[in-house]
Design a protein around this ligand. Sequence first.
Ligand SMILES: NC(=O)c1ccc[n+]([C@@H]2O[C@H](COP(=O)([O-])OP(=O)(O)OC[C@H]3O[C@@H](n4cnc5c(N)ncnc54)[C@H](OP(=O)(O)O)[C@@H]3O)[C@@H](O)[C@H]2O)c1
Length: 246
Amino acid sequence: MEGGLEVGDVRVEVRHLDTSDLTSVRKFAKRILEDERSLHVLINNAGMMGCPKREVTQDGLELTMATNYYGHFLLTNLLLGLMKKSSPGRIIALTSSDHSYVNKLNPDSLNFEREHYSSRTAYGQTSLCNILFSVELASKLEGTGVTANSVHPGCVHTEFFYKGKVTLFSWICRKLYLLMGKDVQLGAQPTIYLAVSQEVEDVSGQYFVDCQVAKTSELARQKKLAKQVWEATEVDVKLQPEEKHY
Ligand SMILES: NC(=O)c1ccc[n+]([C@@H]2O[C@H](COP(=O)([O-])OP(=O)(O)OC[C@H]3O[C@@H](n4cnc5c(N)ncnc54)[C@H](OP(=O)(O)O)[C@@H]3O)[C@@H](O)[C@H]2O)c1
């Protein structure tokens, strides 16, 4: 569904974007750059848990990584020039506490070419990559007035475990999240807080849980790894010189 709609006093434009498809990301960004004169908030929210078996997109990327991480990486880079020009701005990456399940990350094999694949490992790795991406982005954006942070929204009873193939794990999660998860209104609050609160207008490069800066896993704190992953990702998404705005 594309088009415009009025929500109260606000006009909302709906545009198609498939974050797992780099062509779709470039097309979406091109239209934004043509139509918009300023951009202050970018929330990289799209996410899914991959299939039991490794799947590869037409760009040669593992599907979970493409959807949750690569698409956001490319989109952010393509929109960065506009965000810097219309500073102040905030870039928010949805991530997960599952990043801490990952105990090794090989920047040369981000698509599980050589590493063991499972849907949980792939999801955890996308969460870790999104934190590392925010850390490196924050350092590249220092002094520009544009901040970059990541957020774990908590356990929220959304559509997340109702999509794709039903596995024992997803079935258990559905029941647990139904009983114990936050509702979607409450689950959106940590992201909204990062997008609008004055308390965090100068905070950058941090990971948030419950609207507070939280500690990440040891791997997610490695600045050298963040740089290596950024460089490998630029190659994987074929980022062109004219697409670099940092
Ligand atoms: N729910 C939780 O407890 C929890 C915990 C930690 C982190 N998170 C993160 O929070 C974010 C939001 O998830 P959610 O819980 O709200 O789940 P959700 O209800 O399933 O929402 C996920 C959103 O991502 C979109 N999406 C999926 N694949 C996409 C693609 N290829 N291109 C564009 N959009 C795509 C979905 O669009 P469609 O509806 O069109 O498929 C949907 O709007 C995700 O990044 C997730 O990893 C959630």
